[in-house]
Design a protein around this ligand. Structure first.
Ligand code: ADP
Ligand code: ADP
Length: 226
């Protein structure tokens, strides 16, 4: 279970740029929140602050009522999937998926069980010994998701995970992500430029512009009004 509360979150980068301004959002457990808005409006910055990869300049991030601002990324029970996959090129699919668990000193047999489970869900069982360069784009993206789901995160952050894939694969992966959300019971925050993804996946959509939240609403209200 993970309720996420963003209270008056601001991000000023060291160069003085004010990238996120007074961001307020209450996310309920198991919601699927979509961030949309033009490039540079602060979507990734907000995700990275939630993951702990970027310091919060001011404001409060609470998960299940606990203040998270100063909690290390590895202690946050949050997994993030990036647009460029961020796989380790020298490691096999198996080791890429196992890495985050090894880092957290999870016992080897448990790692093995989780990696094989995730590989089954994501149809990667036959590819576990391959290196990323011997995979297609869609397979790489599934490995990136596998690396996240082996950890059973309470919170799942995805930054344009499908934007490097071709149209056909995007449709297929969209269905996969929807199923993943149902089966994981995680709270999702998902950045996309794709209106179809936003409409089919989101429980609510957050529209951002120049670091400011413009609108928060359900897909039906946002896109289907006359
Ligand atoms: P989005 O994900 O919506 O495309 P980002 O969150 O990546 O936007 O970036 C928001 C703004 O912050 C952009 O104008 C970007 O140039 C700026 N920005 C991002 N990272 C840094 C940084 N490390 N230092 C200064 N400005 C940055
Ligand atoms: P987790 O899923 O547990 O975060 P990752 O494998 O994504 O595990 O990352 C573990 C650590 O390695 C993090 O500190 C992250 O910043 C770093 N890391 C992730 N991807 C890369 C990469 N491609 N190259 C170098 N360091 C990375």
């Amino acid at each position: 279970m993970a309720d996420i509360s963003l209270k008056n979150i601001n991000k000023k980068y060291p160069n003085g740029f004010h990238a996120v301004k007074d961001f307020n959002l209450e996310i309920q457990d198991q919601e699927f929140i979509i961030f949309v808005g033009p490039s540079g409006c602060g979507k990734s910055t907000t995700l990275r602050m939630i993951a702990g990869l970027e310091e919060i300049t001011s404001g409060e991030l609470l998960i299940d009522g606990k203040l998270m601002n100063d909690v290390e990324p590895k202690d946050r029970d949050i997994a993030m999937v990036f647009q460029n996959y961020a796989l380790y090129p020298h490691m096999t699919v198996y080791d890429n998926m196992a890495f985050g668990l090894k880092l957290r000193k999870v016992p080897k047999d448990e790692i093995d069980r989780k990696v094989r489970e995730a590989a089954k869900i994501l149809d990667l069982e036959k590819l576990l010994d391959r290196k990323p360069k011997a995979l297609s784009g869609g397979q790489r993206q599934r490995v990136a998701m596998g690396r996240a789901i082996v950890r059973n995160p309470k919170v799942f952050l995805m930054d344009e995970p499908l934007s490097n894939l071709d149209a056909k694969l995007r449709v297929q992966m969209r269905t996969e992500i929807s199923k993943l959300h149902d089966s994981l019971g995680a709270t999702m925050i998902y950045v996309t430029h794709d209106q179809t993804e936003a409409m089919t996946l989101g429980t609510r959509i957050v529209v951002m512009k120049d670091g400011v939240v413009q609108q928060i609403d359900t897909p039906a209200n946002l896109y289907q009004k006359p």
